[in-house]
Design a protein around this ligand. Structure first.
Ligand code: NAD
Length: 267
């Protein structure tokens, strides 16, 4: 196999935040199938342990580390433990996130605003920053941030979610320009509507603060009207994009916002 085959991942372990469900789980499973040892971080331990079991049953190597990405101490400890148990960090995938139920600015409570920004934006920054601590001394590494079409247009979420995802896109570009000369690529994937547990998990994690989980993700007719492909995407379709960005073949790809959205933002 050529080293530029998309099946050849960069050397080192993989950490996936939010790896206990949906897109993060599919990325963890796919990169494990490509041969990487994978650390799954999630605040919900049931899902995280299940991801690790699925990978182990398929013959891969994975560990679960419970933690909250909105807490620097948790991210710091998780990355440290992953490297200690699995070896040098090759790829950091920041996939943990919650939705704000498409709440508009006037409806949005300060508590929901702060929680969504803390997880979706600060959590991504903490994951990326801590990964740099491992990658900069080695002069290599891949950082993949799961943003959203909500990071590119004023749709796809409410005021907090769209703000956080635009922030993730900005962070990705800023980091890409800083670290390209130092051997580290930083990219974002911007999925459109993907069938996952995002709505129930967000409601569970926001607890009594949770707004009603509105938005097109739960509405088949709205998806057909907005998405040219006429359907939701699958978690595997997002994981395939992540595999490419984590591969040796993507060494010259940095600062991109890779849309996986059935044509939504191209309209
Ligand atoms: P999901 O709920 O299935 O998975 C998200 C995971 O993140 C869950 O396991 C959850 O427990 C975990 N998580 C949430 N808060 C956390 C925290 N503070 N610390 C650690 N883990 C935490 O949802 P998903 O759709 O797979 O979402 C994954 C990412 O994809 C999110 O960033 C989301 O914003 C983004 N995204 C999703 C869609 C979609 O349509 N599903 C579209 C665009 C972007």
């Amino acid at each position: 196999m050529s080293s530029l085959d998309p099946g050849t991942l960069v050397e080192g372990c993989v950490i996936v935040t939010g790896g206990g469900s949906g897109i993060g789980r599919a990325i963890a499973e796919r990169l494990a199938r490509c041969g990487a040892p994978v650390a799954v971080m999630d605040v919900l331990s049931d899902g995280g342990k299940e991801t690790v079991d699925v990978i182990a049953r398929a013959g891969g190597r994975a560990i679960f580390l419970e933690g909250d990405v909105s807490r620097w101490a948790d991210v710091d400890a998780t990355v440290g433990a992953a490297v200690q148990q699995l070896g040098p960090l090759g790829t950091m995938v920041n996939a943990a996130g919650i939705l704000d139920g498409y709440a508009t600015a006037d409806e949005m409570s300060p508590a929901v605003w702060e929680r969504v920004i803390a997880i979706d934006l600060s959590g991504t920054f903490y994951g990326a920053k801590r990964a740099l601590g491992e990658m900069l001394p080695r002069g290599r590494g891949r950082i993949i941030n799961i943003a959203s079409v909500a990071g590119l247009v004023g749709d796809g979420g409410g005021a907090a979610y769209v703000s956080a995802k635009h922030g993730v896109v900005g962070l990705t570009k800023r980091m890409a320009t800083t670290y390209a000369p130092l051997g580290i690529t930083v990219n974002a994937i911007c999925p459109g509507p993907i069938a996952t547990g995002l709505r129930p998990n967000s409601a569970r994690l926001l607890g009594s603060d949770a707004p009603p989980m509105r938005g097109i993700g739960g509405d088949d007719a709205a998806i057909r009207a907005i998405v040219p492909a006429g359907r939701r995407g699958t978690v595997e379709e997002v994981a395939a994009a992540a595999q490419f960005l984590a591969s040796e073949a993507a060494g010259y790809v940095t600062g991109t916002t890779m849309v996986v959205d059935g044509g939504w933002v191209a309209r």
